[in-house]
Design a protein around this ligand. Structure first.
Ligand code: HEC
Ligand code: HEC
Ligand code: CA
Ligand code: CA
Ligand code: CA
Length: 506
């Protein structure tokens, strides 16, 4: 495999940042400043392609030197960054063990892994992020919504300081911020997620008919009283875990530079940054993780998962009852796994959170397949021509990082701008989150998407897994993406196939 993009250290000179960047920074990263010389090199590699008859330089290496060899088995997303030092492998393995670890409710004889719940969605990270890939919606009711969950909220509540355009919501006073569909022995689960599908046929320009399945979600078997009539639900399947450290290492200024909130360039696309109060740093930060950009860093997202998904405390969320509200008195009276002198008095101590974070940061992105295939190249040309790139931004160069070599200064190809976009009423969950409205979603990365079937055994896409194919996923696009979606629907069949072949090669 070629080791691309190793550029020597040059003299340090500060770079002028766009105005908006002055209020948000990358304090989650050990950033070294970019030099003028770095910037000149970056400008060259980030220039859009002009020739679609051959792949661009380094294009096959989706995550730069951290890219892993594509495997033809279900472990393709479980490989550590190719450029990781030998000494770091043990941390990755320990993090993996914690990611796979099955927790048990307290009190138990296995003191080292107790503290689960009392309410929870799953007993291990890996139960949702199956094979480090994405989850899926339930095939039938009662089939366990294990790899997806419902986020909950009601209108009202406080607004965090220093963040403009915050849409005020708060956790449900009884059910909290998330529906936990399991409970420890002796406790009643909060309820179940129920989904009803309706098939909606869509006719494309050439007469082909594609059926989209439209979901309606509800909370059934509520175990803690009738839910509030104002309750808002947001269904979410677990996303794939690859390349997250790279997304975390993109300089915030480079993401903000793509925002166009008033659509000044008139292309119908107006990305906005998600800005969230950082739990770890106590300041507003760019929200990079979660479907609406609800978390600033992998560490914060992982700590929120321990708390909300499994009821486990960490240094960032020290409450051992997780999402349980004051109204859930049974939960708050339940035994927990916190003991003085054991695991720093937490259910998951700081070093364990750091290991899981290191693991999550270093799941490698497989290299592209078929980059020079003529059909894939034609599909790439269409991807640019239809302005899919208006949101699925092809490439970035990560920040230079001190002591984090895997992610430092790499040319990456994630196909996301990490910004929020209005995707229209079809995809709306009608549940605002932070600055994201009920119809806005953060552009997801597309790298690895062609390996979904191989890793996960299904091809369900979008935030709730409603799309059963890449074609359906594209046809669900609306709002700011209406024009590219319509242009796709108007393509002749060979061009649609080429665009899909390009996506399959990512
Ligand atoms: C019940 C299922 C479930 C469990 C268990 C779970 N996750 Fe997740 N995970 C999700 C969902 C759903 C999201 C998207 C969340 C959102 O949109 O707010 C997510 C998002 C993430 C992300 C951000 C990915 C991205 O692309 O934005 C990370 C990192 C993550 N989870 C790590 C973990 C870790 C670490 C654990 C174990 C401590 C864990 N998860 C347990 C379902 C789960
Ligand atoms: C206005 C921004 C925007 C444009 C333009 C856009 N997308 Fe998307 N795309 C998104 C967002 C946001 C999502 C996630 C929506 C959701 O999960 O509900 C998404 C999801 C996807 C997915 C599914 C990803 C996954 O992990 O499930 C695919 C595939 C995709 N887009 C391809 C395309 C293609 C091809 C085009 C051009 C025809 C395009 N997109 C244009 C914003 C955009
Ligand atoms: Ca607990
Ligand atoms: Ca809850
Ligand atoms: Ca625009």
């Amino acid at each position: 495999m070629v080791r691309p993009f190793l550029i020597g250290l040059a003299t340090l000179a500060p770079l002028a940042l766009p105005l908006a960047a002055q209020t948000l920074d990358d304090r989650h990263l050990p950033v070294l400043p970019r030099t003028a010389e770095d910037q000149a090199k970056i400008d060259v590699v980030l220039a859009p392609p002009t020739d679609f008859s051959a792949p661009e330089r380094f294009e096959a290496m989706s995550a730069g030197a951290a890219t892993v060899r594509a495997r033809d088995n279900a472990d393709a997303f479980s490989i550590f960054s190719e450029n990781m030092a030998f000494e770091a492998e043990m941390d990755f393995k320990l993090g993996n063990a914690l990611f796979r670890k099955t927790w048990v409710a307290a009190p138990s004889s296995t003191k080292a892994s107790d503290g689960l719940g009392p309410y929870y969605n799953a007993r291990a990270c890996q139960d949702c992020h199956l094979k480090d890939g994405r989850g899926h919606p339930p095939a039938n009711d009662g089939d366990g919504s294990v790899s997806m969950f419902l986020r909950l909220s009601v209108p009202g509540g406080p607004s965090p300081e220093g963040i403009a355009d915050w849409l005020v919501t708060q956790p449900d006073p009884v059910y909290g911020g998330q529906l936990q569909d399991f409970a420890a022995p002796g406790h009643v689960p909060e309820g179940q997620m129920h989904v009803e599908w309706t098939e909606q046929p869509v006719t494309l320009a050439d007469g082909a008919v594609v059926s989209l399945r439209a979901p309606v979600y509800s909370l059934t078997d509520p175990g803690h009283g009738a839910p509030s009539p104002d309750l808002m639900l947001s269904p979410r399947v677990a996303p794939q875990m690859i390349g997250l450290g790279m997304l975390e290492a993109i300089p915030v200024a480079d993401i903000l530079a793509l925002a166009d909130p008033d659509d000044a360039d008139g292309d119908g696309i107006s990305g906005r940054p998600a800005i969230v109060p950082s739990v770890e740093f106590g300041v507003p930060m760019l929200g990079r993780f979660g479907y609406k950009g609800g978390a600033a860093s992998i560490r914060e997202q992982s700590a929120a998962a321990f708390s909300g998904d499994m009821g486990l405390s960490t240094p960032l969320h020290p409450d051992p009852w997780g999402d349980c509200t004051p109204a859930q008195t049974g939960c708050r009276a339940a035994p927990h796994g916190q003991e003085p002198g054991v695991r720093d008095g937490l259910e998951v101590d700081g070093p364990s959170l750091d290991l899981v974070t290191f693991y999550s940061r270093n799941l490698g992105v497989p290299e592209r397949r078929g980059v020079d295939d003529p059909q894939v190249l034609r599909g790439k040309e269409l991807f640019y021509g239809l302005n899919c790139t208006g949101c699925h931004n092809p490439k970035f160069v990560t920040a230079r990082l001190d002591g984090q070599p895997e992610q430092s200064f790499q040319l990456i190809w994630p196909y996301t701008d990490l910004l929020l976009h209005d995707m229209g009423p079809g995809l709306a969950d009608n549940r605002p989150e932070g600055r994201a409205t009920g119809s806005e979603w953060k552009t997801p990365p597309l790298w690895g998407i062609g390996l979904t079937e191989q890793v996960s055994g299904h091809s369900f896409f979008l935030h709730d897994g409603r799309a059963r194919s890449l074609t359906e996923a594209i046809l669900w696009h609306g709002g700011e993406a209406q024009a590219p979606r319509d242009a796709f629907a108007a393509l002749p069949e060979p061009d649609r196939a080429a665009l899909i072949a390009f996506l399959e090669s990512l």
